[in-house]
Design a protein. Structure first.
Length: 94
């Protein structure tokens, strides 16, 4: 494997290791809510280009993370939904 490919492969492994822990899964859930793929990157109706650029930056950060984890947005959404259900049950029992 060439140097750049090896570094990229190692980086992918680092993402998977980091977000594979319980703490990493909690952070990933938080990032999904804050940076989510589903945010619109189109211009808002008022034409404010700054908001459109800001939203695209958030979305592209999420896409980068999802690609490094080699997960589809649907897989990540399913994991988020499961995590959210567990969190809601914990709140019920407090």
């Amino acid at each position: 494997m060439k140097g750049k490919q090896k570094r990229e492969s190692k980086l992918d492994s680092d993402y998977q290791e980091t977000f594979g822990t319980d703490a990493g899964k909690r952070v990933l859930d938080h990032l999904y809510r804050e940076l989510g793929y589903e945010f619109s990157s189109t211009l808002p109706s008022d034409g404010n280009r700054d908001i459109g650029s800001f939203n695209e930056g958030r979305r592209s950060t999420w896409v980068l993370i999802a690609r490094r984890l080699r997960k589809s947005n649907e897989d990540l959404r399913r994991a988020f939904d499961e995590s959210e259900q567990r969190r809601m049950k914990e709140i019920e029992y407090e």
